[in-house]
Design a protein around this ligand. Structure first.
Ligand SMILES: Cc1cc2nc3c(=O)[nH]c(=O)nc-3n(C[C@H](O)[C@H](O)[C@H](O)COP(=O)(O)OP(=O)(O)OC[C@H]3O[C@@H](n4cnc5c(N)ncnc54)[C@H](O)[C@@H]3O)c2cc1C
Length: 337
């Protein structure tokens, strides 16, 4: 029997540590729970928010609807020659899945070690880090469609993955991801292209890194760069790195020759949002109870007692100043609720 709780604090359910509450709250442990929940028509019409680890959310007010917390567990794998297929419940912790793969020496997830959050949220913004994106290892996912009450399978093409984007982000709230299947390999394709990985491997004297080495090195770099949400509230990168046409990039480059940029496909350039924010003087700045992280200006933090509105206000100021200086509009990566 499903338990619907009322007036639940969400402070421990979002990594920003924002003190907001949910009018109704339910935890989903099995696929059948979703079927049972939506047999009651009141939950189909009320405002809903699906959450996993709450590591990509900014709660700007109390949520006057139903929060659905995904907690479906389980990890299974199947090996076919050198191909490995791992299927994990949407409520599994992402890094537990990475550790499972590393332990079995299944290659593909190691560069995405230590990303916070759940497996079910990983396709939503096509998570990525250190040169690898979810889409590179994604096979398919199973999702509950709220309007029809049916479970559907999405293959990679159906997910329409882009940079921090997918069909689930475009059609927010229509589907609840209950499990994700990944296509890994017994043959390691070690990816050390991201500068800091090479450097840290050199520091450790590792010449032929294993999957485990990469996972450990990536975890080490992340811990040294990013604030730990258990001690200082944050949601990782607050903004996306803007991707702009070369024609718009040229005048920026002419004025700021050292602008940090990467090729992003035919006629497109990706700019480093963190660098631009830093150039505007925001790095490490404290504004009331909030601010930007001292080692990475792209990360907004809660220094204690910040409201979601305060953090949102700071993000608006940052967007304005980057636009004024560079003529480039930043887009928030974090989901604003
Ligand atoms: C310190 C730190 C570092 C980070 N580093 C990275 C990084 O390197 N790369 C990166 O890509 N991200 C990064 N993030 C962001 C975050 O970890 C990812 O976006 C992660 O996938 C969010 O998972 P979650 O379970 O916490 O999602 P939540 O924050 O709970 O939800 C995020 C969004 O997904 C939706 N959602 C969640 N679960 C489901 C589901 N089962 N079905 C349907 N919709 C769902 C929610 O409604 C919401 O819109 C970082 C965050 C932090 C705090």
């Amino acid at each position: 029997m499903l338990q619907i709780h009322e007036n639940v604090s969400l402070q421990n359910f979002n990594t920003f540590g924002i003190d907001a509450s949910a009018r109704y709250f339910v935890e989903i442990n099995h696929e059948d729970d979703l079927v049972e929940l939506f047999l009651d028509p009141q939950w189909k019409t009320i405002e809903r928010l699906v959450i996993g680890g709450g590591s990509n959310l900014l709660l700007t007010q109390n949520f006057n609807g139903l929060v659905i917390r995904m907690n479906i567990r389980g990890i299974e794998h199947r090996i076919n020659h050198t191909d490995v297929f791992i299927e994990a419940g949407g409520g599994e912790v992402w890094n537990d899945l990475v550790n499972y793969a590393v332990k079995w020496e299944f290659a593909g997830l190691e560069n995405m070690s230590l990303i916070p959050g759940s497996v079910g949220a990983s396709p939503i913004q096509n998570i990525g880090a250190y040169g690898v994106e979810l889409k590179d290892v994604f096979d398919s996912c199973r999702a509950f469609e709220i309007t029809t009450g049916e479970f559907k399978t999405f293959d990679k093409a159906a997910c329409q993955f882009g940079y921090r984007d997918s069909i689930f982000k475009q059609h927010k709230g229509e589907f609840i991801i209950v499990s994700v299947k990944f296509h890994l390999s017994l043959v390691a394709n070690i990816n050390t292209r991201y500068g800091a990985i090479e450097q840290e491997l050199n520091n450790r004297g590792i010449v032929n890194p294993t999957i485990k080495d990469i996972s450990q090195v990536v975890s080490h770099i992340r811990v040294s760069k990013l604030p730990d949400p258990s001690t200082i509230g944050n949601a990782g990168s607050f903004f996306k790195n803007p991707v702009i046409p070369v024609t718009e990039f040229e005048p920026v480059k002419a004025q700021y020759p050292d602008v940090v940029n990467y090729p992003a496909g035919e006629g497109l350039v990706k700019l480093a949002a963190g660098w631009m924010i830093e150039q505007c003087g925001w790095k490490g700045k404290v504004v009331g109870n909030t601010g930007t992280w001292k080692n990475q200006a792209l990360v907004l933090v809660n220094h204690g007692g910040a409201t979601g509105e305060e953090v949102y206000g700071l993000s608006s100021q940052i967007i304005d100043s980057v636009y004024t200086k560079f003529g480039v509009m930043l887009e928030r990566e974090v989901n604003i609720i």
